[in-house]
Unconditional design. Structure first.
Length: 301
């Protein structure tokens, strides 16, 4: 059979968040400031946890790794979005697009698993306090972090493998600010209906399993807190509330983007901005503002 001659797309056109030059100038200032705060905030948390001996515990070890992942996750798409505000023609190479897909899912998948690890840490601390030091030892903590990176890597590789060989022969416009798989596969020159289901199932299985584990963990934790006396309950409840807030903010946009796609452009863009820009910024803010030990460590500096 004669092979169909197709011109392969070497780059994609990024339509961005808006067309107005004035609004783009305003967003440039806003997102540049948010990105700077995100980077400095997450670096500060890592530095604080390393420098303060009072924070050398499993919970803060996992929190430091969460800050590292948030630092990396925000750097996958935000710098490109910021520089595109200065350009008339916004493009990204095919290789650059694949890199955004890979690292976005790598750090995103790793963060999902790490959030489960943090929930497990709080479960052991509150529900099995006498065995906490023996269960959450150094080897366990390192193992949990390595597991999160490995699962994130495997998830990312599986996502990349499903789209990297797709024939993209035009059109090549992405109505967003980064290379998002649900939009990319719509540009392929073949029927991708089955592939879309596989990709959504791949992301959906990881997100759903992690979310269910988190719901079970925090439900059990909150139930245990309610049964115990008030001594220490306020501190434990405050810590868990911060964790639950981060979980909702992180998984909310993921569920709508991958598990419950609305196909409404402005909603998709808002959720993408929230997931890629706002969440990595809110995580350090939430843990800093709601954690008394972090506040005390800042005062000791």
């Amino acid at each position: 059979m004669e092979e169909v001659n197709q011109s392969v797309v070497s780059e994609f056109i990024i339509l961005g968040l808006c067309n107005s030059r004035e609004l783009q100038a305003f967003l440039l200032v806003i997102f540049s400031s948010l990105y700077l705060i995100t980077i400095l905030g997450n670096i500060f948390i890592v530095f604080l946890i390393i420098a303060d001996l009072h924070l050398h515990s499993p919970m803060y070890f996992l929190l430091a790794n969460l800050s590292i992942i948030d630092f990396c996750l925000s750097s996958v798409t935000t710098p490109k979005m910021i520089t595109d505000f200065l350009k008339e023609n916004k493009t990204i190479s095919f290789e650059g697009c694949m890199c955004q897909v890979f690292f976005g899912h790598f750090f995103g998948g790793g963060e999902m698993v790490l959030l489960v690890s943090m929930a497990y840490d709080r479960y052991v601390a509150i529900c099995k306090p006498l065995h906490y030091s023996s269960i959450m030892n150094r080897q366990t903590c390192i193992g949990l972090v390595i597991t999160s990176w490995i699962i994130g890597f495997m998830h990312s590789i599986s996502q990349l493998a499903m789209i990297i060989k797709l024939p993209f022969c035009g059109p090549r416009e992405l109505d967003t600010f980064f290379c998002d798989i649900p939009l990319m596969i719509k540009l392929a020159c073949i029927d991708t209906h089955i592939l879309e289901m596989w990709i959504n199932a791949d992301s959906g299985v990881l997100a759903t399993i992690c979310f269910i584990l988190l719901l079970i963990s925090y439900s059990y934790i909150l139930f245990t807190i309610c049964l115990h006396s008030k001594d220490g309950t306020s501190k434990a409840l405050s810590t868990c509330t911060a964790h639950i807030t981060v979980v909702v903010l992180f998984f909310g946009p993921c569920i709508f983007i991958y598990l419950w796609p609305l196909s409404i452009t402005w909603v998709d863009k808002f959720l993408a901005v929230f997931y890629a820009v706002i969440t990595p910024l809110l995580n350090p803010a939430i843990y800093t503002l709601r954690n008394q030990e972090i506040k005390n460590a800042i005062k000791r500096l």
